[in-house]
Ligand binder design. Structure first.
Ligand code: GLN
Ligand code: ZN
Length: 760
């Protein structure tokens, strides 16, 4: 008997980020669109061949994209917002993605709980949709020409609508009647391609809680699509969570198979009976598609056997848990990594072999493996065993310290602390500050790079940084800011900077993952128990403090954000890892205050990003995320003021959780929404102080004094002056000094105007 192997989707940015490079040069008008297409077609070819060579049975077409698959879908359906109506072809496509001089780009948002961002389709009742199947058909034919018969990947109609927005704010599902006929038409066109075809239709929307009304759309939609032509085999794919409610319904439609994620949606196991009795194929997501750890083959075989106790073995297809888009391309180019650590990892290319190996082992047992596979299996068992015991990972002193932890929160309640702080720090109402970073200049970047490459001495490097800090401090004093920052010149990235100094953290050379369009990120990874060999920020902050009589605010990244922006080890629960980070940070906070730093900001930019997809899991997440923020700041004296910063302001659902974090001051991103989003703070009786950003730092525009006055007055309509801080929306590192200087000067002038009006 032979089981088949399956890849949900493959990364497209390229082994050496070829796609990124050609796109960016096309956008800069340095090459033609033909050049882009040439690179794209080479990449697709290469990627198909890699998968074929690895022996994967189900290889996708249409998983490629020049920007994003949701955008591709909108484009194929002719779901083009009015403002782009005069454009066509690639000009239209890229304008939708990125905007142009006079056209605002479409919105972009996170793809479920990953760090990939998709373009949000904008739909309207007046839309006239029209199918353009060129890309879908073309990719299939390109692969076919190489002798590879692909399955065709599509985003399902229900997920497409669920992730779109209506320009008038109404329900997008009302448009199903208009969209579905286009899918039918597309299926008709596809059915002409070959005698037998597989279509993977992604419906991850059901990994979130859905109303019965939405669930009720499944049956009619998929009855209809399944009946277009019997040569089409539809596989409905989901990932990132269980889809039990939807799965029940899908098993009652004529689709061919269902794809489920058994790693991030373990509860999918309870759908196995329904799948079994429906006789459908099961694409079993058992190889982690979104993390970088080498597969534990034995564990995966156990999981597959568990599934096979209910679903007939011949109906099981072995798959990645989701598209490999979320992991880097290959370990081949990681030649600076500790070989022991590298041996624990697996990127997209390596995962192909893992899937094949698991498939063969599952189908035929050990004796069915080739000699090479036997060797791989042995090596696999060895590295799995090594990971279980390696002293690089397991640090007993960290484990003991975390287990014995006594201090979980600050001793004094907020009401008591704030009185002490106001007296001790003596800041005014509407106190002014910034979020931490000042412009990152090319000279700073160069100095950091050169220092890392050992091209300049420590002394030289420090003097560049210190000069910059001097300038930042001098500017802030001149400008009249009240609580100063050092400007973060030494930090390339708010997670990497701390990760590099923590034990248990690893870094890749080439671990790029697509974040959106041509943008890639290289997340660090946590492989072992986390500890802090020495203070990480104290020298810089105390240096800055020595340059002024004003209050110098210390600056750290919080435990939850450090966790959410890293690849996290899979041999410990996430919350256990987060707790270790929190303990390490608590030492840093203690060191800062002992060195005389009176205000410390602990950034939690990604606190909200970590929210689970399912409501049932939210409380657990909130409990440990809040617990760990509190652990990190627990050693703070009553008179040490703890700030936090979050890069958003929609707190309506989570305001009580934010309050429970017990920070003395929170700065948030509200400039683009007036005082609307602040109202929840008042409505719920939020006690702590708040610094709602008074201008938007995401644009180079310098806000006028008047504008900021108006904004501050709007804030004062909601919260009293004693509870408000005045600051920009976020850190200033992406801006230029020419923008930052006048903007902050205007901010200070505006505060003075408002204060004097309040005094009269
Ligand atoms: N302190 C950081 C900065 O100013 C905060 C950035 C963030 O939260 N994204 O850059
Ligand atoms: Zn921010």
């Amino acid at each position: 008997m032979s089981n088949k192997s399956f890849i949900v989707g493959f990364p497209r940015i390229g082994e050496k980020r070829e796609l990124k490079k050609v796109l960016e040069s096309f956008w800069a008008k340095e090459c033609s669109f033909d050049a882009v297409q040439k690179v794209a077609s080479d990449l697709k070819k290469r990627h198909w061949l890699y998968q074929k060579e690895a022996g994967i049975d189900f290889i996708s077409s249409n998983d490629f994209s020049l920007y994003d698959n949701m955008l591709d879908t909108a484009y194929a359906l002719g779901a083009v917002p009015k403002r782009f109506a005069h454009l066509s072809g690639e000009a239209l496509y890229f304008a939708m993605a990125r905007g142009s001089e006079d056209l605002v780009a479409m919105e972009m948002t996170k793809w479920f709980n990953t760090n990939y961002h998709y373009i949000v389709p904008e739909l309207s009742l007046e839309d006239v949709y029209k199918l353009d199947a060129t890309k879908v058909l073309q990719e299939y034919k390109e692969a076919k020409a190489l002798g590879i018969q692909t399955k065709i990947n599509l985003i399902g109609p229900l997920t497409f609508l669920g992730l779109s927005k209506r320009v008038d704010g109404k329900d997008t599902y009302m448009l199903l009647d208009k969209i579905l006929p286009l899918y039918v038409q597309l299926f008709e066109e596809l059915s002409k391609l070959d005698k037998e075809l597989y279509i993977q239709i992604d419906e991850p929307i059901f990994a979130k809680d859905q109303e019965p009304k939405i669930l009720s759309l499944i049956k009619p939609t998929y009855d209809k699509l399944s009946h277009v032509n019997e040569n089409l085999h539809i596989i409905v794919m989901s990932y990132f969570e269980h889809t039990n409610e939807a799965t029940q319904i899908f098993t009652n439609t004529p689709i061919w198979g269902l794809g489920l994620d058994f790693l991030y949606g373990k509860e999918n196991l309870s759908s196995l009976n329904a799948i079994s009795s429906s006789g459908k194929k099961l694409v079993a997501g058992v190889i982690d598609g979104r993390n970088i750890w080498k597969n534990d083959v034995q564990k995966t075989q156990e999981l597959l056997e568990q599934i096979a106790q209910i679903v007939p073995k011949e109906n099981i297809i072995v798959s990645s848990s989701c598209s490999l888009l979320h992991v880097p391309f290959t370990l081949l180019h990681e030649n600076k990594m500790d070989p022991q650590i590298k041996d624990w990892l697996s990127y997209a290319l390596e995962k192909l072999d893992e899937i094949k190996l698991n498939t063969t082992l599952f189908a035929k047992g050990k004796n069915g493996l080739s000699d090479a596979q036997q060797e791989t299996l042995k090596a696999n068992q060895k590295s799995v065993a090594n990971r279980k015991t390696s002293s690089l990972i397991h640090d007993l002193s960290v484990q003991k310290r975390v287990a014995d932890l006594q201090l979980f929160a600050r001793k004094e309640p907020y009401e008591q602390r704030i009185k002490i702080q106001k007296e001790h720090l003596g800041y005014s109402d509407l106190a002014t500050t910034t979020i931490g970073s000042f412009p990152q200049t090319p000279e700073l970047r160069k100095a950091r790079r050169d220092f890392k490459a050992k091209l300049i001495s420590q002394e030289n490097y420090e003097s560049v940084m210190k000069n910059y800090i001097d300038e930042c401090v001098a500017f802030q004093e001149e400008c009249g800011l009240e609580v100063l920052v050092h400007g973060e010149p030494e930090r390339n990235d708010m997670v990497e900077y701390f990760g590099e100094q923590l034990k248990g953290y690893g870094f890749s050379q080439n671990g790029w993952v697509q974040s959106y369009g041509s943008r890639c990120v290289k997340p660090p990874f946590i492989y072992g128990d986390i500890s802090r060999p020495k203070a990480m920020s104290v020298d810089w902050i105390t240096y800055a403090a020595s340059k002024t009589d004003k209050i110098m605010k210390g600056m750290l990244t919080g435990p939850v954000t450090i966790l959410n922006w890293s690849f996290v080890r899979d041999d410990l629960p996430r919350d256990a890892v987060s707790k270790q980070i929190a303990v390490a940070l608590s030492d840093e906070i203690n060191d800062l205050q002992k060195a005389g730093i009176k205000i410390i900001q602990v950034d939690e930019a990604a606190f909200k990003e970590g929210y689970p997809l399912r409501k049932a899991q939210i409380k657990t997440y909130e409990d440990w995320a809040v617990r760990d923020f509190k652990i990190a700041v627990a050693p703070a004296y009553a008179h040490t003021q703890i700030h936090t910063h979050m890069c958003y302001s929609e707190f309506n659902d989570i305001i009580k959780t934010i309050e429970a974090m017990d920070a003395d001051v929170i700065s948030i991103e509200t400039a683009r929404s007036g005082n609307e989003l602040l109202k929840i703070f008042k409505a719920t009786g939020y006690k702590q102080e708040v610094g709602p950003g008074v201008y938007d730092i995401h644009s180079p525009r310098v806000p006028s004094v008047d504008e900021i006055v108006t904004q501050i007055k709007l804030l004062l309509e909601v919260l009293p002056k004693e509870q408000l801080w005045i600051n920009p929306d976020c850190g200033l590192k992406t801006r230029k000094w020419e923008e930052v200087k006048p903007s902050l000067e205007n901010m200070i002038k505006a505060v003075k105007i408002v204060r004097s009006e309040l005094a009269n």
